[in-house]
Design a binder for this molecule. Structure first.
Ligand SMILES: Nc1nc2c(c(=O)[nH]1)N[C@H]1C(S)=C(S)[C@@H](COP(=O)(O)OP(=O)(O)OC[C@H]3O[C@@H](n4cnc5c(N)ncnc54)[C@H](O)[C@@H]3O)O[C@H]1N2
Ligand code: MOO
Length: 486
């Protein structure tokens, strides 16, 4: 049975929630540096004050400020440099004795702890090198400096406990972890962060005509696998480190074995491209049904991508001589989400965007795809228009009962954004797709969207600044190119 785009999307979004809710452990601990871009699963607050000790804020000399109150240009105060206190050193103890009337000070580096004095002198301030004058000659082998202005108490001193305080919020549950959070957490000594689990995704390309990394000139009878690398990289843009599980023949048994093995390896989402339509070797559906899959739909009223299949496959227990005990009992029947995308590369790309990426975003509790409403620039056949533009117009018409995804670009004219479909909308025409920066969604309805109708446009690439990417993505690249060439 054919489902509508909206029905298919509803099923997918609902299953994403069910799958997320039935995970045995929805969060995982990752190394601090790996947490960037992930969603925090817990709140983090400071349990200590920082910094934990006073230290110098500049490179200079640690002095006792009280002894500089009389310093003037005409009456400088002379210090001898007792030693050097570097960042990371334990605080040295300085005898409070004067030498030839000169007062002890300590050379100190930025971030170093202040030295201690054995008498009632207090090294409470730092004078930057620039504010001192080095005198020729040494006293008992020690360098001498002069200070000509009083130094304030705590001058150029970073005080302990002056940054984070107890219970300060550092990261809230549900927030996307940024490099700023990493800086703050690292400054508090945090080494791992609890983040929401991201699905583990496995991808195959199917078809015995396919080969990875072939020399196309040598093997013109083979088809280079374009979908595998595309799906993996599109998932990468979504922040998912997916695994390419290889090319499988169209044989039912081969597909069944691959899916069973991935099931035992704890994947959450499995994706195939190819083998989903009506051909003799389109065996994806029968193979996954042989694995116990429940097919929720296998045909959608969309173009391209109508033979898209979505199923849930019950998880198999892991076979091993050692059993891993789950920390929490699972709260429901666990399943793997299975997407069988069509083989035509542009159809697979559309389905990756509108179905797989939508599933993953829902799984991660993220809002749906960002979009921009643009006026469709549909070239309608008018008397006197060229045969070429009439062909263009025909290629933009679509069956009423299907939602249509077209790729194209956005042109800005004054304050109006126009969605311009690329000329060749064919699931195997990759050159035309290469020049596009967005997908446009034309909902099912009256036969052709008219010139000027508003359609939603979605960046082909995932990531931040989507609207900017839609509008400027390709133009920017071209500008860079011509600038570097010229
Ligand atoms: N009798 C029918 N035939 C077809 C129908 C239909 O409803 N009835 N639907 C058509 C539509 S629409 C589509 S879309 C395609 C999708 O077919 P499959 O998912 O079975 O895909 P394949 O036949 O395996 O491949 C289609 C095409 O794409 C090439 N391909 C496949 N995988 C890759 C890859 N990884 N990299 C590069 N190219 C790939 C493959 O060689 C074929 O040329 O079915 C129509 N037929
Ligand atoms: O639905 Mo097929 O994806 O048009 O080519």
């Amino acid at each position: 049975m054919t489902v509508s785009y909206q029905e298919a999307l509803n099923v997918i979004l609902q299953q994403a929630e069910i799958q997320r809710e039935t995970l045995p452990d929805p969060s995982e601990l990752v190394a601090l540096e790996k947490a960037v871009g992930r969603v925090a699963s817990h709140c983090y607050e400071a349990v200590t004050h920082t910094p934990s000790f006073d230290c110098a804020a500049t490179n200079g000399y640690a002095v006792c400020s009280a002894l500089t109150s009389e310093a003037r240009n005409v009456a400088p105060i002379t210090f001898f440099v007792y030693g050097t206190q570097a960042a990371g050193d334990n605080p040295m103890t300085v005898p409070g004795v004067r030498l030839n009337g000169a007062i002890p000070c300590v050379e100190i580096t930025t971030g170093a702890r202040f030295p201690k004095a054995s008498t009632n002198m207090d090294f409470d301030a730092c004078v930057p090198f620039e504010d001192t004058i080095e005198l020729p000659g040494k006293i008992h082998g020690c360098k001498q400096i002069q200070i000509r202005r009083p130094v304030l108490h705590n001058a150029h001193r970073r005080l302990a406990d002056d940054d984070f305080h107890l219970e300060d919020e550092v990261l809230r549950s549900g927030m996307k972890v940024t490099s700023q959070h990493i800086l703050a957490l690292a400054s508090l000594g945090v080494q791992t962060v609890a983040v929401k689990k991201i699905p583990r995704v496995g991808v195959w390309s199917t078809g015995k005509e396919l080969e990875s990394r072939i020399d196309i000139e040598q093997r013109r009878d083979r088809v280079p696998d374009a979908n595998g690398p595309y799906i993996i990289s599109a998932l990468e843009e979504l922040g998912i480190d997916a695994e390419f599980l290889g090319i499988i023949d169209d044989e039912e048994e081969a597909i069944k074995q691959a899916v069973t093995s991935a099931n035992r390896s704890r994947f959450d989402i499995l994706i195939t491209t190819g083998g989903t339509s009506e051909g003799r070797f389109d065996n994806v559906r029968s193979a996954i049904e042989a694995c116990g899959a429940e097919v929720l739909f296998s045909k959608i009223a969309v173009q391209p991508g109508s033979p898209t299949l979505f199923a849930t496959i019950p998880r198999l227990p892991i076979i091993s001589s050692c059993r891993m005990l789950s920390p929490q009992p699972s709260n429901g029947d666990q399943f793997i989400a299975f997407f069988g995308l069509p083989g035509g590369p542009v159809a697979a790309a559309a389905c990756m965007k509108f179905f797989v990426a939508a599933y993953i975003k829902q799984w991660r509790c993220e809002p749906g795809h960002e979009s921009l409403g643009c006026h469709l620039l549909n070239i309608s056949p008018q008397s006197g228009t060229s045969a070429k533009s009439q062909r263009l117009s025909t290629s933009h018409s679509r069956p009423q009962e299907s939602d249509v995804f077209k790729h194209g670009t956005i042109a800005i004219n004054g304050s109006t954004a126009w969605a311009v479909p690329s000329p060749e909308q064919n699931d195997s025409k990759i050159k035309s797709f290469l020049k596009s920066s967005c997908w446009m969604h034309l909902p099912a309805g009256p036969s052709t969207k008219s010139n000027g109708d508003v359609v939603r446009c979605y960046s082909i690439q995932e990531g931040d600044n989507i609207i900017e990417k839609i509008i400027f993505g390709h133009e920017r690249k071209d500008e860079t190119k011509s600038a570097s060439e010229g």
